[in-house]
Design a protein around this ligand. Structure first.
Ligand code: SF4
Ligand code: SF4
Length: 110
């Protein structure tokens, strides 16, 4: 796990994107087992000021819960894009697997 950010994030502002309309037509078949996991919640609490995952995930799966001081994960809405394990968390603090066969986002081709 990376202990330090590879860049200075003091001037970083979250990107603005709203894909609510597109997400409204995506179909999911949720598994009963989470395929996304935070490796170390202490890193989220104490090191990660910007909570990058709450901005980098296009499906807004990750949410910072201020009262609990932890990230909640709505894995049922995951698009399986892989962003969260490929730079979406600069601390490499997310484990992302794919859901079991037949579960998860249901993409249609053709
Ligand atoms: S970006 Fe990574 S370290 Fe920061 S809150 Fe999200 S999971 Fe935690
Ligand atoms: S794989 Fe993509 S949609 Fe799923 S949680 Fe990670 S960033 Fe979000």
């Amino acid at each position: 796990m990376n202990d330090r950010l590879p860049y200075d994030d003091r001037d970083w502002t979250p990107p603005k994107h709203d894909v609510t309309a597109q997400l409204g037509v995506v179909k999911f078949k949720p598994d009963d087992t989470a395929h996304l996991e935070i490796k170390d919640e202490q890193v989220c609490r104490e090191r990660c000021r910007r909570k990058f995952c709450t901005h980098s995930c296009p499906a807004q799966v990750y949410r910072w819960e201020e009262e609990e001081k932890s990230i909640s994960i709505a894995f049922e809405g995951c698009l399986e894009c892989g962003t969260c394990r490929n730079g979406g968390c600069p601390y490499d603090n997310i484990t992302m697997r794919y859901p079991r066969g037949g579960f998860g986002v249901q993409y249609r081709f053709g």
